[in-house]
Design a protein around this ligand. Structure first.
Ligand SMILES: NC(=O)c1ccc[n+]([C@@H]2O[C@H](COP(=O)([O-])OP(=O)(O)OC[C@H]3O[C@@H](n4cnc5c(N)ncnc54)[C@H](OP(=O)(O)O)[C@@H]3O)[C@@H](O)[C@H]2O)c1
Length: 232
């Protein structure tokens, strides 16, 4: 059975690598992009590699945009099996909680926390109803409470909140074949990670592909890196 997958922020970086990887695994992929031109360029890049994916204009900060994405996917395929909450911003690098402009914290939470939460609230009920679903939330080591430190306060807060959301939703789902997990891709060479990062986008996306295609007896409510559990 062909699995239907949505990747938010799929137009570049780790999201684009996840779209590529899921398409190669035989999934029907909806590449989410808030910008149509950037989305089309990503689509063309994948098409030139022989991979067919569909573009979905989706701004994760915008509830109406999420509703339209839901309606479009429902009309085309009946529903979603895999949701990859990848889209995020990192606009307060190194800035301290004591100083950072509160507007930056709000802006970061909109994309990195409220967005994924709204997407889960939109797509999880259908997954539960159909009895199958995989949600993959892109977190970061910077959101781990066990290693929490100073700086980049907005980004850290957003990822810690996303981690908590992952555990809450996994506990609420109560269906053995509907799984909600979070993962850290490591330090990845993207616009966000910068050119000095150790990993390629494909390496960063590997654990996404694993969590997106977990078997029914796979884990739920966990935080992973390199396909292994890591502390919260
Ligand atoms: N790179 C790393 O080292 C690293 C490490 C740990 C965790 N992560 C996480 O991995 C994920 C992907 O990161 P990346 O490195 O691939 O970042 P990236 O290259 O900066 O790409 C981020 C993507 O998110 C999209 N986006 C941001 N806000 C959006 C919104 N409101 N609606 C829709 N799309 C939005 C961007 O769209 P535009 O192109 O339109 O801006 C872009 O497609 C993020 O969740 C990030 O926090 C990355």
């Amino acid at each position: 059975m062909t699995r239907r997958a949505l990747v938010t922020g799929g137009n570049k970086g780790i999201g684009l690598a996840a779209c590529r990887g899921l398409a190669k695994l035989g999934c029907q992929v909806f590449l989410g992009s808030r910008d149509e031109i950037r989305g089309r360029e990503a689509l063309e890049a994948l098409r030139s590699e022989g991979l067919e994916v569909e573009l979905l204009i989706l701004d994760v900060q915008d509830e109406a945009s999420i509703d339209s994405a839901y309606e479009a996917i429902k009309a085309k395929t009946g529903g979603l099996d895999i949701l990859v909450n990848n889209a995020a911003v990192y606009i307060d690098e190194g800035e301290r909680a004591l100083d950072v402009d509160i507007a930056k914290i709000r802006e970061t939470l909109e994309s990195n926390f409220y967005g994924p939460l709204m997407l889960c609230r939109t797509f999880l009920p259908g997954m539960i109803e159909r009895g199958h679903g995989r949600v993959v939330n892109l977190s970061s080591g910077m959101g781990q409470l066990s290693g929490m430190g100073a700086g980049s306060a907005a980004y850290r807060l957003s990822k810690t909140a996303l981690n908590a959301t992952t555990r809450i939703l996994a506990a609420e789902v109560e269906h053995p074949d509907v799984k909600v997990n979070a993962m850290c891709p490591g330090w990845v060479r993207t616009d966000m990670g910068g050119a000095s990062a150790h990993r390629s986008p494909e390496e960063g996306a590997d654990t996404i592909l694993w969590l997106a295609t977990l078997p029914e007896d796979g884990p739920s409510g966990g935080l992973f890196r390199d396909r292994e559990p890591i502390p919260w």
